[in-house]
Design a protein around this ligand. Structure first.
Ligand code: CP
Length: 322
């Protein structure tokens, strides 16, 4: 694996899941692989899980992680080619990225979308500019439109549950991605990325439910069944993934905040005693109710814990390819 910015960088999802589960069973078995190497974790936005799980994963592999909160501690970076830098940006990515590439063996970057201009966000300029100029492998810690480490973790977590409770021969799990209300416009990254990974994995009946006008980019959802009626969508679901996103077509807006879209015990009754997933952080009693989050159906903690093994499998694959 050269870079890890989307599911397209993975040749065999099942093999990568197995690798992650092997690391979960034996975290320090590959401690020598990263000896005398360094991995830079650059954050242009806040994080709890991604930051800490990636550091832990790196340490498990013997590679030294160094975190740099670029947004708080670094010079303001310019990403536009040919920019006349007479405004607030101080350093061009063309100058900064090769230096970072000389300090580190792998660079990991977290950026968010501006949610102002869809073409800008979906061009993935920030992470693409790092890949263009760093000269070392790049891992996405979430980009403007995708969150691949999160989605890989989600597949690992679903697979773990399927190993514990196998379905009948020939049956596929039903996975439902449901939109949930939120108080502010959020990126489409997690929903895009989850859709992309579940479709690429190809081992589930995949349904997406959201209010009308909340369609995601078809590039990621093609292959899923879209149902606007949440109750109908939830019927017999084995896994329910809850996530808010802002509008894609009329970009970055909130059209709908009906609290009836928040999953509760009544809606869960329609499912096959589904496991409930969320990438976190979650706004309790806005996106997901206390009753669900505190129930045995919720697997959000397991999901977040698995972030370590997902990151470890990816870093290990990149180290092996160097
Ligand atoms: N799910 C996730 O990416 O969490 P953080 O924003 O805390 O890293």
């Amino acid at each position: 694996m050269k870079n890890f910015v989307s599911v397209n960088d993975v040749t065999d999802i099942d093999a990568l899941v197995q690798k992650a589960l092997q690391y979960k069973a034996n975290p320090f078995g590959d401690k020598a692989i990263g000896a005398n190497k360094r991995i830079g974790l650059l954050f242009l936005n806040p994080s709890l899980r991604t930051r800490l799980s990636t550091q832990l994963a790196a340490q498990n592999l013997g590679i030294e992680p160094i975190v740099f909160n670029v947004d708080k501690e670094g010079w303001a970076l310019e990403f536009e080619e040919g920019a006349i830098m007479s405004g607030n940006t101080v350093e061009h990515i063309k100058d900064a990225a090769p230096i970072l590439g000389s300090y580190f063996d792998i660079l990991c970057i977290r950026t968010f979308p501006g949610l102002k201009n869809r073409d800008d966000d979906y061009s993935e300029m920030y992470i693409n500019q790092f890949m263009k100029y760093a000269g070392v492998p790049v891992i996405s810690l979430e980009s403007a439109t995708l969150h691949p480490l999160q989605s890989f973790t989600d597949i690992i977590t679903i697979q773990e549950h399927l190993l514990d409770s196998p379905l009948a021969e020939g049956c596929k799990p039903k996975i439902v991605l449901t939109w949930a209300p939120h108080v502010k416009p959020l990126p489409q990254c997690v929903a895009n990325s989850f859709s992309q990974w579940v479709n690429a994995w190809g081992k589930a009946d995949f349904v997406i439910t959201h209010p009308e006008d909340y369609e995601l980019d078809e590039k990621f959802t093609k292959g899923a069944t879209i149902i606007y009626d949440q109750k109908e969508a939830l019927k017999d679901a084995d896994f329910v993934y809850v996530k808010n996103w802002s509008t894609y077509n009329d970009y970055g807006k909130i059209y709908e905040n009906d609290p009836r879209w928040m999953l509760n015990e009544d809606s869960l009754e329609l499912t096959n005693n589904a496991k409930v997933m969320h990438c976190l952080p979650v706004r309790r009693n806005v996106e997901l109710s206390d009753e669900i989050l505190d129930s045995t159906n919720s697997i959000v903690t397991q999901q977040a814990s698995n972030r370590v093994w997902a990151a470890q499998a990816v870093i290990s694959e990149i180290l092996r390819a160097q």
